[in-house]
Design a binder for this molecule. Structure first.
Ligand code: ZN
Length: 446
């Protein structure tokens, strides 16, 4: 079935706005949200006073990135443990929140997110632009396993109201209920699917188990949006295109703290983040020192939410490591692109260099025998002199694993400048969690 694809942008005026205009808008909104947070949130007042900074000191976006104090989830935990579920961030009367979500933190203290009516509306706008960018169109059957993130669901429903696909939520908590999701796909035959990467892999496994070809399962599927947890690479895009017989697959991302969503376009050159709604800057994850935002630069990104008044996020560290591309994209959109490559906790120190599993993955994908990038890195020390990898290779392509090993090791040396040790294992010997290979096996925590 063919759908009328129409224009490229949902909102051409905003999505292709000149960078200078975006910056002007960002500054205006940042000043207003900072003043609001400082006046109404005990947490911010204390944080900024301690840093010796006042809202009046923030005169430019550069001031925002370099002078406004940064905070991390741990900084609000103390207040949360003392009984304030919002960690001192709530800046409006509780009755102004129209939606509230709790996530169970790893330490058992849940983080609370909340929306005011205006913010819910802005989230819906952000998501509608994304949904249109990834080619969701009126009338398409759209399957969303589980409704990916609870706080994101408000945005998703907003986009659904605007674009009017035929919307189906499949399964309750993906990927645990992968069988339900699978059944829903058999029944609804989606044209579009939005599934986290582990769910996508889980569906492949389930198809294999039931003896069904994935191209048959997805016979009507045109587009997919995945992401979350591991970045998409060119080889992974091709894998889904081949395996599912689809036209394109898009890579979504975002963060709960900061309540930001982003996604890539058909150019697959990083995820667009709407700069009229959020501002990001970069810091060194070890020292919090500012890193300037320029093409290809890497750092931990720090979010300032420009529209959240209920629970403001002013310079909230994401604990995600990314590469940024601030120049306009070939799709014509002018909003910054970011490639979220890894959690900051997954950055490895190898030969004094910062290496992420994503870097290793790109090298593995260069070779046809290891194109599926089935590998785990054994972290044997905090500082390592070489990377130790356990990986599987395609035995149908090569009969000479020693030659392949030398070839992959040479690529790792050439591309990343580090030494490596590779041990070939069978795919079934790799550690897997939720249908996905665990990229780091931490031997230091044994
Ligand atoms: Zn683009």
């Amino acid at each position: 079935m063919e759908f009328e694809m129409g224009r490229e942008y949902w909102n051409p005026k905003v999505e292709t706005m000149k960078q200078a205009e975006i910056k002007e808008l960002q500054l205006k909104k940042a000043k207003s949200i900072i003043a609001h947070a400082y006046t109404n949130s005990p947490f911010y007042r204390e944080l900024w006073k301690k840093a010796g900074v006042t809202p009046e000191d923030i005169k430019t976006l550069d001031d925002l990135a370099k002078r406004a104090p940064i905070f991390r989830k741990d900084d609000i935990r103390d207040r949360m443990e003392k009984g304030d579920p919002f960690g001192g961030l709530l800046s409006v009367p509780m009755s102004h929140l129209v939606a509230c979500f709790a996530s169970t933190g790893t330490t058992g203290v849940p983080t609370f997110y909340g929306y005011t009516k205006d913010q819910a509306e802005n989230m819906a706008i952000a998501e509608t632009r994304i949904a249109w960018m990834v080619k969701l169109r009126p009338g398409m059957r759209y399957v969303v396993p589980g409704g990916p993130w609870h706080w994101h669901s408000v945005a998703l429903f907003g986009a659904w109201r605007r674009i009017s696909p035929r919307f189906y939520i499949a399964g309750m908590v993906a990927p645990i209920t992968i069988g339900h999701t699978f059944d829903a796909i058999v029944k609804f035959k989606p044209h579009h699917i939005f599934a986290a990467l582990d769910v996508a892999f889980g569906l492949n496994e389930e198809a294999h188990k039931r003896g069904i070809e994935t191209t048959e399962l997805f016979s009507d599927l045109l587009y997919a949006r995945t992401g979350h947890g591991e970045p998409m690479t060119r080889a992974l895009f091709d894998f889904f295109k081949d395996k599912w017989g689809i036209r394109d697959a898009f890579d979504g991302g975002g963060i709960g703290e900061g309540m930001m969503v982003c996604c890539d376009c058909y150019a697959h050159a990083g995820q667009h983040m709407w700069e009229d709604l959020w501002h990001i800057d970069l810091v060194d994850p070890d020292t919090d020192e500012n890193i300037s935002v320029k093409t290809g630069e890497r750092g931990e990104y720090v979010v300032t939410n420009l529209h959240a008044t209920g629970i403001p996020y002013v310079r909230c560290a994401s604990e995600d490591y990314c590469e940024v591309y601030p120049e306009p994209c070939e799709c014509g959109r002018t909003h910054i692109r970011m490639k979220i490559t890894s959690r900051t906790g997954w950055i490895l120190d190898i030969g004094g260099k910062r290496i992420t599993p994503y870097d290793i993955r790109l090298v593995m994908e260069m070779h046809p025998e290891t194109r599926e990038a089935a590998f785990t890195i054994d972290k044997y020390a905090k500082k390592m002199d070489k990377v130790k990898i356990r990986a599987a290779y395609d035995k149908k392509i090569t009969k000479d694993p020693e030659e392949l090993k030398a070839r992959v090791q040479k690529s790792i040396k050439d591309k990343l400048g580090i030494d490596s040790e590779i041990t070939w294992v069978d795919y079934s010997q790799l550690p897997v969690m939720m249908h996905k290979i665990m990229r780091i096996t931490d031997l230091t925590k044994a």
